[in-house]
Structure formats: structure tokens, C-alpha cells
Design a protein around this ligand. Structure first.
Ligand SMILES: Cc1cc2nc3c(=O)[nH]c(=O)nc-3n(C[C@H](O)[C@H](O)[C@H](O)COP(=O)(O)OP(=O)(O)OC[C@H]3O[C@@H](n4cnc5c(N)ncnc54)[C@H](O)[C@@H]3O)c2cc1C
Length: 413
């Protein structure tokens, strides 16, 4: 494949968004270098749910069959009232069979996706992924970018044509550009406990369950695990004043899990993880030759499984725009579309939806809870409303929504 430019596109961050962006660029013949601060792919339990719109994009990158093979296919999700134990509504992505080739979600852990993309990148001589390489500074001029990288062998500078900051929520690139991360942080933390106990024996027939409760809501998900034998993740909320030591203590973990899913005998636990919960969007996704993608550009609570999905959509849109401009098929101004399109789209589809999902799970007002349940049940029972709800929940609706159909500079606050 002839190389389209000499200077590589630089990517800060080798998380799933960084390496998928790299693959989307490398496949177009564009030289690309990824710099990852850690010594290996982060395996902590975070994203797993991959929606239809994203599966279609992964198909375009030749990854979808392997993602399905390494994950679990799940067409359903269920909403429960935990206080009564009643099923409120069941949604079935199968109703989207005429809308997508993938009428289901795939539960594939994000470290598997990142590793898969890195495996595929190895086939491109013009693509590299460097671990233990932390980006610490950057500068740009009208014809390129320069980045300072700290490695075990010292600090050096690298030059590139463009730079993509895919370095996560605490993005060094975003901070170096002085771009505000607008929005708020919830005054609580989410705890994920992972167990090999088969919660499917208590919640048969569906591996994605949301249990609303004014005091103690939780979400129960199955992932395949590295050995394919299956693990369940139990996601619930904690108060800020509760320390990690307190929350991770064996007795506290056991009490929490027995409360949500009672069983004989103690739970075996394979992971305990605590996460801050944010709703934030960068004030701009671009400054000159530097772009932000994935969590560096936007973060949201995980209810609905949308954050990484949207980050992968960033990767695909940005790599397409850059390819067009570098090949000379489109003027440089086309790159403005990235911020104009993706920023309002994130607010409209990801922030609004995840904020609504969280409110529904934790609603304390009995009348509002009852209304929520009626609405969910009515939506699930009406085929037209059911389909419309899932087109939104799977992000199919957001894909291709033109910039002109989005509001002016909307703010998340
Ligand atoms: C509990 C939980 C559950 C979630 N579930 C879902 C889900 O089901 N579906 C979904 O779509 N999303 C989900 N998300 C969100 C998802 O995990 C994130 O959106 C995703 O990790 C974003 O990927 P990323 O590559 O942008 O950032 P990250 O995964 O944070 O990767 C950024 C990378 O950059 C590296 N880095 C940081 N600073 C530097 C630097 N200065 N130089 C070089 N490298 C650097 C980091 O080491 C890291 O490897 C969930 C999140 C959480 C917390």
C-alpha cells in the first residue's frame, strides 16, 4: 500500500479509542504512531456492551466476527422494580432486524477489543503502538505537531501531521490545550463487583438487567471472561464518604451481593472496582491540528453502555475526515465538522440518555417512579414505540444525523 504522507498521525493513549482510531487510519494507508503511558492494555472491568451501530463500524474494520466470538450476544435487556421484584419491561433488539445487520448487543470486554485492534495493527508496517510512553507536552504550528514523550529510555520529542488525544477522562492533551471539561461529577461512586457465580440462575433468560430502587438500585450484567466461562458484574452506587477499604472489605462485599442476589454460601469475588461518575463534555473537540476523541472528549455514567460506543464512533468519523483531507479529496476546513457534529451529538444522545437512565434507576418520588414504570411498560408493549426507543438506545439514530439537524453550541450544564 503506498503511504499517503510521510509525517505520521500521532495518537496519545492506547485505550480502545486510540487503537481503533489507529487501525481506521492505518487501513487507509496513513502512517500512525500510538503512545500509551501504561506498560500494557488496562484490564479493569469497564465497557462491555457494544451496540448495533458500533458493530456495523467494527464490521467495516474487519473486527466484528472476532468481537462476537470473544463476547456474548444478547438481544434483550430488562428493567425491574427491585422493591417488588416485578419485571417492569423487557426490550428486544430483535425488533431492529430490518434496521441493522446486528439486532442485538454484544457483551465484549473493552480490553479484548483493544487487544484485538493491536493484533490487527501489527500487520501494518506504517503503524506502531508504543507502551510505557507517556505524552507530557505538545505544541503545534501551521504544518505539524510536536509531542514530548517520557519513556523508560528518557524523554524525547516526536513530530506528526496531526495529533489525536485519546488519553482518557484526565486527558493530558485536553489540559495542555486549555480546553474546559464542562459538566459535573456525581456526588457518589459506582462499585463493580465481579463474580463467577451464575446470577443467570436467579435472572434466567437475559444477561443485562437494570433493577431500580429509591435506596439501593443495581445493574447485573454477564460478560464472557477471558476463559469464556462467564462472569457476572454487579454495579451499584456508594456514598462519597465510604472509603475503598470499607467498601472492598469481604463482609461488606458479601452483604451487598446477598442483598441484591441472595444465595446459599458465600460469593467468590474476582474483581472489586470503584469508579467516579461524571457527565462532562470538552468545550471543543478540536484545536488546530489537535483533536480529542473518546473519554478525553466526553465522559458519562455507564448506565446504557454508551461511552465507549460513542468513542468508537468518534474514531470512525475522525479517521474518515482526516483521510479525506490528507488524500486531497476534501479541503482542510472539512475538519471543522468533527467538533461541529460530534460535540452536540454527544450531548443529545449520550449525556441526555445516560442522565435519564440514572434518574430512572434511583427515582425516590413514588409518583414519579410509578410514572416511569408505566411509561417503560407502555413503550415495550407498543411495537412502534419499542423500535423507536431501541433505535436511540443502540445509537443507530445518532449515526449519520447531519450537523444541520443538531442544535447550536449546546452546553451540558
Ligand atoms: C464501570 C464502567 C462501565 C462502563 N461500561 C460501558 C459500556 O458497557 N459500554 C460503553 O460504551 N462504555 C462503557 N463505559 C465507558 C468506557 O469504559 C469508556 O468510555 C472507555 O474506556 C473510553 O475509552 P478511551 O480509549 O477513550 O479511554 P481509556 O479507556 O481511558 O483509555 C485511555 C488510555 O490513555 C492512556 N493515557 C492516559 N494519559 C496518557 C498520556 N499522558 N500519555 C499516553 N497515554 C495516556 C491510559 O493509560 C489509557 O490506556 C464504562 C465505564 C465504566 C467506568
Amino acid at each position: 500500500m503506498p503511504l499517503l504522507s510521510k509525517l505520521p498521525i500521532l495518537i496519545a493513549g492506547g485505550g480502545p479509542v486510540g487503537v481503533i482510531t489507529a487501525l481506521a487510519l492505518a487501513r487507509q494507508g496513513l502512517p500512525v504512531r500510538v503512545f500509551e503511558a501504561d506498560s500494557k492494555v488496562n484490564e479493569s472491568p469497564r465497557a462491555a456492551t457494544t451496540h448495533a451501530a458500533t458493530l456495523e463500524m467494527l464490521e467495516g474494520l474487519g473486527l466484528v466476527d472476532e468481537v462476537i466470538r470473544r463476547g456474548l450476544v444478547e438481544p434483550l435487556f430488562r428493567n425491574w422494580d427491585r422493591t417488588t421484584g416485578k419485571l417492569v419491561a423487557e426490550f428486544d433488539f430483535g425488533v431492529l432486524k430490518n434496521d441493522t445487520r446486528y439486532p442485538f448487543a454484544v457483551q465484549c470486554e473493552q480490553h479484548k477489543l483493544a487487544k484485538l485492534a493491536i493484533e490487527r495493527l501489527a500487520a501494518f508496517p506504517h503503524a506502531t503502538v508504543e507502551f510505557s510512553a507517556r505524552v507530557v507536552a505538545l505544541s503545534q504550528s501551521s504544518d505539524g505537531v510536536t509531542m514530548t514523550v517520557e519513556t523508560e529510555n528518557g524523554t524525547h520529542t516526536v513530530k506528526g501531521s496531526y495529533l489525536i488525544g485519546a488519553d482518557g477522562g484526565r486527558s493530558t492533551v485536553r489540559k495542555a490545550l486549555g480546553i474546559a471539561f464542562e459538566g459535573y461529577t456525581h456526588p457518589e461512586r459506582f462499585l463493580i463487583l465481579t463474580t463467577p457465580f451464575d446470577i443467570g440462575t436467579r435472572f434466567p433468560g437475559c444477561t443485562r438487567n437494570y433493577l431500580s430502587d429509591p435506596e439501593d438500585w443495581c445493574a447485573l450484567f454477564k460478560v464472557s471472561g477471558d476463559d469464556g466461562k462467564g462472569l457476572w458484574r454487579v454495579l451499584s452506587t456508594t456514598r462519597l464518604e465510604q472509603t475503598e477499604a470499607e467498601l472492598f472489605a469481604d463482609e461488606a462485599v458479601e452483604r451487598r451481593l446477598q442483598k441484591f442476589v441472595p444465595k446459599a454460601g458465600r460469593y467468590e469475588i474476582v474483581h472489586r472496582n470503584l469508579y467516579n461518575v461524571h457527565q462532562r463534555v470538552a468545550a471543543s473537540f478540536r484545536q488546530g491540528r489537535v483533536f480529542l476523541a473518546g473519554d478525553a472528549a466526553h465522559v458519562n455514567n455507564p448506565l446504557g453502555g454508551l461511552g465507549l460506543n460513542f468513542g468508537i464512533h468518534d474514531a470512525i468519523e475522525l479517521s474518515g475526515l482526516l483521510g479525506g483531507v490528507i488524500r486531497g479529496e476534501a479541503p482542510a476546513e472539512t475538519l471543522d465538522l468533527y467538533d461541529k457534529h460530534r460535540r452536540p451529538l454527544n450531548i443529545e444522545f449520550v449525556q441526555q440518555q445516560t442522565i435519564a437512565n440514572k434518574k430512572r434507576m434511583e427515582e425516590k418520588d413514588p409518583a414519579a417512579r410509578a410514572r416511569n414504570f408505566e411509561q417503560l411498560a407502555a413503550t415495550a408493549a407498543d411495537p412502534v414505540a419499542h423500535r423507536a426507543y431501541l433505535l436511540r438506545a443502540s445509537l443507530l439514530d445518532s449515526v449519520g444525523k447531519p450537523t444541520s439537524a443538531l442544535g447550536e453550541r449546546v452546553s451540558i450544564d
